[in-house]
Design a protein around this ligand. Sequence first.
Ligand code: NAD
Ligand code: TDX
Length: 364
Amino acid sequence: MSTEANTRTFTHLLVTGGAGFIGSNFVHRTLATRPEVKIHVLDALTYAANPDNLKTEEGIPLEEAYPGRFTFTKGDIVNSAVVDDVVGELAREASGGDGRTSGAAIVHCAAESHNDNSLVDPGVFARTNVEGTVNLAAAAVRHNVFLHHISTDEVFGDLALDDPQRFTTATPYRPSSPYSASKASADHFIRAFIRSKGLRATVSNCSNNYGPRQHPEKFIPRQITALIEGKKPRLYGQGLNVRDWIHVDDHNDAVWTILEKGTEGETYLIGADGERSNIQVVRDLLRIFGQQPNAFLHVTDRPGHDRRYAIDPISIRSLGWEPVYWSFDAGLRETVAWYQNNQQWWKEARVASEEKYSQTEREL
Ligand code: NAD
Ligand code: TDX
């Protein structure tokens, strides 16, 4: 790892959760744009993963499409022996046998990521998001590997709809769902390991991502896949809650910016000034599908539903990053096209998540 002029160079990455939404987009983009980087993915392949995420758009496994640059282990980050093995191997590979671990980093994306699920089964969120993160931090210290921890703006709780403030790195933690509580706890563990155990790490808290390969349980793909099937979008409550949308590629470019230029031990908030109410997003989608603006359903609200998230992106912008997707409409149209062209990717997952939703959700 070179530290000259506050820049680091990484050639060997371990991406946890690389078969999920953000992780797989990170893997594809990195393999395509950074020929010097080798990637190993550690993923338990839970319901949230899709094995097709580790293939090219043409269906070629990444191992074949990028010979010598991509490898995969199916494994659980809650299993400390598995984590130690994989991180140890990463360190050995990057050191080239001379005992130094420069050039190796973990990009930690693996998590249980869906708020609605955390309300039904919080235990697995504590295990994966907290215990799994502690295992990775401990292994990173043992093998002297750099770690970037991917977190969420939800750790700050919510803002009133008319609050002039946005979240900053100084905003106190106030998580409101078991999901955000587990992510907040993981963030605290990472910072405690930085302070007291010599962990070399950075942290980022990002706003809501959208883009290809997002599981159809999540808001935007759930509505897109419904519309493709000729069904109506489903808005929780009145749909006035606000989310701050960012394209997944912009998020992942920001992660690379932090890996290379971020100050060790620091936290960066990633956002693209993309605040929109849920009802606005549904109307954007209805317009793209050529439908009437009120062709949606109001359904049961989420218990404890956070009203508004909003990121002040000054910390990440100070590193020189800026989003490419300034137009939410353009990003959304591309995303719709991806779901239209990849129906076999989401059909089965949608059946399963709609079955889950039907247990609790009613039309209002
Ligand atoms: P995702 O649910 O799409 O993917 C999670 C991946 O982690 C899956 O491939 C899954 O198989 C894997 N995984 C789950 N439990 C595991 C375990 N115990 N061991 C190994 N692998 C396991 O999630 P995502 O939306 O890609 O989110 C990735 C990260 O980004 C998470 O940490 C999430 O908190 C954070 N984040 C997400 C968003 C968003 O809008 N999606 C925004 C900010 C931050
Ligand atoms: O069908 C729906 N209708 C609806 O109105 C669904 C699934 C959601 N919603 C609402 C709830 C939220 O206000 O849409 C908004 C977005 O919902 P989700 O996609 O579930 O995302 P959110 O709860 O905001 O959390 C997301 O962003 C932060 C990710 O899932 C987290 O992993 C990330 O940390």
